[in-house]
Design a binder for this molecule. Structure first.
Ligand code: COA
Length: 147
């Protein structure tokens, strides 16, 4: 949970999107690192949607879930909600998919445990995540990339 402050505001007085992105990145990092039991880095963000503005003074609540695990990469689905301070109103304000990669002390990718898929719904999410990951691999820029 994160209380948004006046210092988080954009030019029209709502919360700056970059503040929300940083929160998404943090929660994705924690989710992936807990699964991998090692350090992770953010490899990519894709399909970040800001559905509604967040007002300064509201609480951000983030819900993260691992949806796909490859050899060293993990897809984290992050849902963002905002609540007024009284807790009376709650809105879904954003969603993102983040790819985190587990890395060893040398910064190179390392293998992570497989993802348990106990239910049919989990298996479906995994298959959907796998499709998105294949697309990311296909469209990933090569290094060195464009400036
Ligand atoms: C992410 C990183 C470790 C990948 O290293 P790499 O040498 O390209 O490694 P590989 O090509 O072997 O890819 C490793 C895995 O990452 C995945 N991956 C790499 N780049 C990716 C991208 N842009 N999007 C999604 N997945 C990606 C690969 O598909 C592979 O997955 P798998 O092991 O599950 O099959 C490297 O690009 C890096 O360190 N990037 C900077 C990360 C960082 O510092 N982030 C913080 C913001 S600056």
């Amino acid at each position: 949970m994160r209380l948004t402050l006046p210092t988080d505001a954009n030019f029209i007085g709502n919360v700056f999107g970059g503040v929300i992105l940083a929160e998404i990145d943090r929660v994705a990092y924690v989710t992936a690192s807990r699964h991998a039991r090692q350090n992770c880095v953010t490899a990519s963000f894709d399909r970040v949607d800001f559905l509604e503005p967040v007002h300064v003074g509201e609480l951000l609540q983030l819900y993260a879930e691992l949806t796909y695990v490859g050899r060293s990469s993990m897809e984290v689905s992050v849902d963002v909600h905002s609540e007024d301070i009284t807790g009376r109103t709650r809105r879904r304000v954003g969603h993102a998919y983040v790819t985190m990669v587990a890395v060893g002390a040398d910064g190179r990718p390392t293998e992570v445990p497989p993802l348990a898929q106990p239910t049919a719904a989990d298996m479906q999410k995994f298959r959907d995540g796998e499709r998105r990951m294949q697309e990311r691999r296909r469209t990933r820029p090569s290094v060195p990339g464009p400036n």
